[in-house]
Design a binder for this molecule. Structure first.
Ligand code: TNX
Length: 518
């Protein structure tokens, strides 16, 4: 038990005030994790990650073991072989799938750190993966370096027991206003999954462009995904079905479920440029790369509208292993109220026809057909009578209030990127609200979770995405995962997290509200 001797010795040296070998004691506190775990009991000496450490996992947890190995090998330079059973006395990080009824379910996990090894127990791979994300944050920031650091790192001793508050913890990327490449989307998945975010909503169509291949309507991407279809004519592009499937798989390997969105009946100018029969007069509108909203509408009285929507929903559903398909529904200012209801009465049920749960922006709550749908609350304020009435009929809610959760809003007046129609959103504003009691008339049981949308009118590069998403995404992720909310604790854990982003080259916004560690 070499590790325990060293850890014990480090403890003695600390107590006696002698200079402890800096590397041998844990650099992180057991509870110093984002999002905050449910229960943390520090005790005893920790576990020293070393040359002889193995990753022990049953074959059924192979995907999680692979993620753990990928996370720890580069900076340690250790082999960290994945084995089915660690030999006696071999220091191991063990992933253990428990049987249902062992007190762990869903995404819950238990993490125990002893000198002889680390054990993560969960009833599902999603739970093991959540535990792995916690473990990564229990090692110091240089663990995220891409080359060997030649340092010895100790995981603090004790136990964590943890489970999510909400089943839905989402982030959204807008690929329509500016296209983001598959590699940029993957990098975002890597970052958000560290915070146990488990849904990625992709906004795939809007007035400017159309970003997902649809075989039955090929001009959508031939024209709507062409160069010059980004805001101000910058950029363009789209995902082929093969690229999209690859993204869905990449996300699933990180326990993130992709939610595709096609926005209708408004936000459809790009589709109408490609297929003029989708307008009422059959005339192609001019392509638009400005940022106005609310001027386009599908033609509600034409049958071709429903052939189009059904084809798109069918092809998207076939690409989607997850439960949700998002049909937009926001800002349909060019659609009359009667037409909007007529459209939703036909289109919301189409999502169910193809085996998915319909999901849309909160405007869909006007439709009686939304009783079995999920509505994403994005408006300002804490009252929405239409949504509250729909909730009474069965509609479930995901919370993205624009003045709290919108990652495209500026932090303050000097933020060089972003919009400010919903206000300025500093980190504390993003953090200090309760998704379960925010909307009057929407009881906690109706809330499935939270999502942080990132609209991309002003965002072009991966750097732009990082600057707006981080650190606020960590705040929304904590609201989604943790049951307690404590600003002082959050800001100190966030400050300690900063060097991890720095190590990875993630250009986050260094909010003055946060005591950033050097
Ligand atoms: C409103 S939020 C929109 C989007 C814009 C966003 C910019 C919502 C459902 N619609 O079309 O991109 O504001 O912040």
């Amino acid at each position: 038990m070499r590790a325990s001797l060293i850890a014990g010795l480090a403890g003695v040296l600390l107590v006696t005030g002698l200079a402890a070998p800096a590397q041998a004691r844990p650099a992180v506190e057991l509870g110093g994790v984002l999002p905050a775990p449910a229960q943390v009991r520090p005790h005893g000496p920790g576990f020293r990650l070393g040359e002889r450490t193995v990753i022990e996992a049953p074959r059924a947890a192979g995907v999680v073991a692979d993620r753990l190995a990928e996370a720890l090998r580069p900076a340690t330079g250790f082999r960290l072989p994945i084995v089915a059973r660690a030999g006696r006395g071999t220091p191991a990080i063990s992933l253990l799938l428990t049987r249902p009824g062992d007190g762990l379910d869903g995404e819950g996990y238990r993490l125990s750190v002893r000198p002889g090894g680390v054990a993560i127990r969960a009833a599902s791979n999603a739970g093991l993966f959540a535990g792995v994300q916690t473990l990564r944050q229990l090692l110091p920031a240089p663990i995220d370096a891409t080359t060997p650091q030649h340092a010895a790192w100790t995981v603090p001793g004790g136990d964590i027991e943890d489970r999510p508050r909400y089943a839905y913890r989402g982030a959204m990327l807008d690929l329509a206003r500016h296209f983001h490449t598959p590699d940029e989307v993957k990098a975002y998945i890597d970052e958000i999954s560290r915070f146990k975010v488990n849904y990625l909503h992709l906004h795939l169509s809007d007035d400017q462009g159309w970003r997902i291949q649809i075989d039955s309507w090929p001009r959508l991407t031939e024209i709507g995904g062409a160069p010059g279809t980004g805001v101000d004519g910058v950029g363009g592009g789209f995902l082929t079905k093969a690229e999209y499937r690859d993204l869905v798989r990449y996300a699933a390997d990180r326990f993130v479920t992709v939610v595709p969105e096609i926005d209708m009946p408004g936000h459809v100018n790009a589709a109408q440029v490609a297929y003029p029969e989708l307008t009422c007069d059959g005339q192609a509108p001019p392509p638009r790369t400005d940022t106005a909203v609310g001027y386009s509408s599908l033609c509600i009285g034409k049958e071709v509208t429903y052939r189009f929507t059904e084809d798109v929903i069918r092809e998207l559903a076939a690409l989607t292993p997850g439960p949700y398909l998002h049909i937009g529904g926001d800002e349909a200012h060019a659609t009359s109220d009667a037409d909007y209801l007529a459209f939703q009465a036909r289109v919301l049920p189409l999502v169910a026809k193809y085996g998915k749960t319909a999901y849309g922006w909160n405007e869909i709550a006007q439709s009686p057909a939304a009783a079995t749908a999920v509505a994403q609350y994005w408006n300002l304020g804490t009252e929405n009578a239409v949504l509250a009435a729909a909730v009474a009929r069965g509609t479930k809610v995901i919370m993205s209030p624009a003045d709290r959760a919108y990652l495209d809003q500026k932090y303050d007046p000097s933020t060089p990127l972003g919009l400010s129609w919903a206000g300025y959103i500093e980190v504390r504003t993003a953090y200090d609200w309760d998704p379960g009691s925010y909307l009057s008339g929407v009881p906690a049981e109706a809330v499935l979770g939270v999502e942080a949308p990132l609209w991309s009118e002003t965002l072009r590069s991966g750097d732009d995405i990082e600057f707006m998403a981080f650190p606020r995404l960590a705040a929304i992720a904590e609201l989604g995962w943790s049951t307690t909310r404590d600003w002082e604790s959050f800001r100190s854990r966030l400050g300690a997290y900063g060097p991890r982003w720095t190590t990875r080259g993630v250009g986050f916004y260094p909010s003055p509200q946060i005591p950033w560690a050097a």
